[in-house]
Design a protein around this ligand. Structure first.
Ligand code: NAP
Length: 304
């Protein structure tokens, strides 16, 4: 049996692994893909302190993984399919086996929301993408669109200008949600054109994306925008499906936690983007992960 099982290997989970490892707790981190979470697919992190020139997401998260491993955190690649958190001994079921521990830290993060319009599902991999840093290079000198007006959408649009001939940002309102400094960069970029007050009604194309059917929400008018790719950045959906009925989850799907990252179940903690909170960034995720690990250590000391 492990002392702590960490579910999810983004910045929150990797930091929890580092702190639990340094506390000499037998720690297992379960991650279904490559460690690093969403941060690993982020081109440039300009707001993580200590790097005024910015850090790249993959570099920062690879170093976090290396540091957690250095202090003894074990890693396993697998998908968590269910949990039983009700007893003193916690059980985590995955597609590569069952694991048991005294405490669990949930750092399963969030994934990109889908738009749900016609054409989206069929053209995933054919020009519909959820990751600009992964797919931007396929659109060298081609026009693309980004849907959304938050930090993720506008940062992706700026990154895409390194490759695409033109980047249209389709936003449903007349003001962006992204941080002001990110907005200013986008406004100053001659390759970016913002299509205000508009939503995507349909993604057209037989094998690959050919055009977007747009609707202006103020005038009700439809128009067609020829593009070769469309990048969806319309917010996040928390990864909490596997927890149904096990810990308290709010109506939006996030886990409410105390200041010490405790869920409503003794011995179960949560940290990072999966929790109900104001700011979902690497800088808050790592703090949450450290707190969760120390709180879990104290829980184990008091209960075992
Ligand atoms: P977000 O901040 O929730 O923004 C989602 C955007 O998509 C909003 O502009 C929203 O429009 C739009 N949207 C939502 N549903 C839509 C729909 N059905 N159709 C059309 N548009 C829709 O999500 P995010 O940009 O992914 O960011 C998530 C969190 O990560 C935020 O806390 C963000 O600050 C953080 N983040 C930070 C950084 C950074 O600091 N470097 C980078 C990336 C993300 P409205 O504005 O009208 O609601």
């Amino acid at each position: 049996m492990h002392d702590i099982i960490i579910i999810g290997g983004g910045p929150a989970g990797l930091t929890a692994g580092l702190y639990a490892g340094r506390a000499k707790l037998k720690t297992l981190l379960i991650e279904q893909m490559v460690a690093g979470g969403q941060a690993a697919t982020t081109d440039l992190l300009e707001n993580y302190p200590g790097a005024p020139e910015g850090s790249t997401g993959p570099d920062l998260t690879e170093r976090m993984e290396e540091q957690a491993k250095k202090f003894g955190c074990e890693f396993v690649m697998g998908e968590v399919t269910g949990v039983d958190l009700s007893g003193k001994e916690k059980v985590v079921t995955t597609n590569v086996g069952e694991f048991k521990s005294k405490a669990v830290i949930i750092t399963s993060g969030a994934t990109h929301r889908k738009l749900g319009c016609p054409g989206e599902e069929d053209l995933i991999g054919g020009g519909v993408s959820f990751c600009a840093t992964c797919d931007a290079a396929f659109f060298e000198d081609l026009p693309v669109a980004v849907v959304g007006g938050g930090d993720s959408a506008i940062s992706a649009a700026i990154y895409l200008t390194k490759f695409a001939s033109r980047v249209y940002v389709i936003h449903r309102r007349d003001a962006l949600r992204a941080t002001k400094v990110v907005q200013e960069k986008a406004f100053a970029n001659p390759k970016i054109e913002i299509v205000w007050d508009s939503v995507v009604d349909e993604i057209k194309g037989s094998e690959t994306v050919e055009a977007l059917k747009l609707k202006n929400v103020k005038t009700g008018e439809f128009s067609e925008l020829p593009v070769d790719g469309v990048f969806m950045y319309i917010g996040l959906v928390p990864n909490t499906k596997f927890l149904q009925g096990q810990v308290k989850i709010n109506p939006a799907g996030y886990i409410p936690v105390t200041a010490n990252m405790e869920t409503d179940v003794p011995g179960v903690f949560a940290a990072g983007d999966v929790t109900a909170k104001l700011l979902r960034q690497v800088v808050t995720a790592v703090g949450d992960g450290a707190t969760a690990a120390v709180a879990a250590e104290k829980y184990i000391e008091d209960n075992f």
